[in-house]
Design a protein around this ligand. Structure first.
Ligand SMILES: Cc1ncc(COP(=O)(O)O)c(C=O)c1O
Length: 343
């Protein structure tokens, strides 16, 4: 493979079989490794597509400024594209995003504005409202708005869906995918359902997000909202990019179990993938009894684990969250630490 620039390396990510961690689960389970995009996440696909559409339609002009409200991954992809195409970029993020992610954005030349994670979406201090305001104030700028820009979903309809269909030779029976903006799931699922309407689409949501309840009842319930730790999964708004019609089942997963699944993926499968990938794997475990021996299950692993070294892959962070308490090795770990302090 030889490319003229880094952007040409976006997409065509491998599909890799999980062998140990899924032992006992019927069917064959594959991971779609979006962490192997050049920007280390699935967001490369949507960033390049949204930017190219805006260029074609004259909404983005040479030398312009790209603005986005992003939990980090989309921002990284936008910054990467901006570096190649000569745009400036301003990214608003919430204070929930890891330090590593913020440093990554800055390393790529982006201007990063941190907004309080507790701000409600309509609050002028929220990362959505700050992005809108920047787009108003900065001349020749464009707010990409990944939650409501349907080009997000279209990117996955045009690339991720066809890739999975081809890589499984049309044998896929289940797709399990996180929902944040909804673009990955909706675009991929739309393509796959057009090929075979029997494919089961299982969407993953976090406790603290409104999406699952909205799917099941049509009610946007503010009482569902509270702060949680998984990044990229779940929302406190209903994005246009979640196409609820293609979803067969919504599953909620906990911060703790998702974190442990991501850690096990590294140790058992050699895959250093992100927190939401752990959430997707946890989702599979929640529905494992539905699977049959001939099923072909595809999990979408959205990003790379290097972005969470200070969080789920850091024992102190895990301990601060109370995740380690009661674990098999916890007492041993405490004793070992005490021993180290004593010498
Ligand atoms: C790490 C991670 N996982 C999953 C998602 C969800 O993908 P989508 O926005 O396409 O629903 C995101 C989106 O922000 C993400 O950053």
């Amino acid at each position: 493979m030889r490319f003229n620039n880094i952007l040409e390396a976006i997409g065509n990510t491998p599909l890799i079989k999980l062998n140990k961690i899924t032992r006992g689960i019927k069917g064959t389970v594959y991971a779609k490794m979006e962490s192997m995009n050049p920007g280390l996440s699935a967001k490369d696909r949507i960033a390049i597509h949204m930017i190219e559409k805006a260029e074609q339609e004259g909404r983005l002009k040479p030398g312009g400024t790209i603005i986005e409200a992003t939990s980090g991954n989309t921002g990284f992809s936008i910054a990467m594209i901006s570096a190649i195409r000569g745009y400036r970029c301003v990214l608003t993020v919430t204070s929930k995003v890891s330090k590593e992610k913020i440093n990554l954005l800055k390393a790529m030349g982006a201007r990063v504005v941190i907004c309080p994670k507790s701000a409600k979406p309509e609050d002028p201090a929220s990362y959505y409202e700050r992005a809108k305001k920047f787009a108003k104030d900065i001349p020749n700028s464009l707010y990409l708005n990944q939650n409501f820009n349907i080009d997000n979903c279209e990117a996955h309809y045009m690339s991720t869906g066809p890739e999975i269909w081809k890589q499984t030779e049309g044998k896929i029976t289940h797709l399990i995918c996180s929902t944040g903006t909804g673009g990955t799931l909706s675009g991929t699922a739309q393509y796959l359902k057009e090929k075979n309407p029997n494919i089961q689409i299982i969407a993953i949501d976090a406790y603290g997000s409104v999406l699952k309840k909205y799917y099941e009842t049509g009610i946007y319930d503010e009482n569902e909202i509270y702060s949680y730790r998984i990044e990229g999964t779940g929302k406190n708004i209903i994005p246009d990019n979640v196409n609820f019609n293609v979803i067969d089942q919504y599953v909620k997963v906990t911060d703790k179990q998702s974190a442990f699944k991501a850690r096990r993926l590294a140790k058992q499968e050699g895959m250093l993938v992100g927190y939401s990938s752990g959430a997707v794997l946890q989702g599979l475990f929640e529905v494992r009894n539905q699977m049959k021996k001939d099923d072909v299950i595809v999990l979408i692993f959205a990003d790379h684990g290097s972005r969470y070294l200070g969080k789920i892959f850091n024992d102190e962070w895990m301990e601060e969250q109370g995740f380690l308490y009661g674990q098999k090795n916890y007492k041993y770990m405490l004793r070992f630490r005490k021993f180290l302090r004593s010498i």
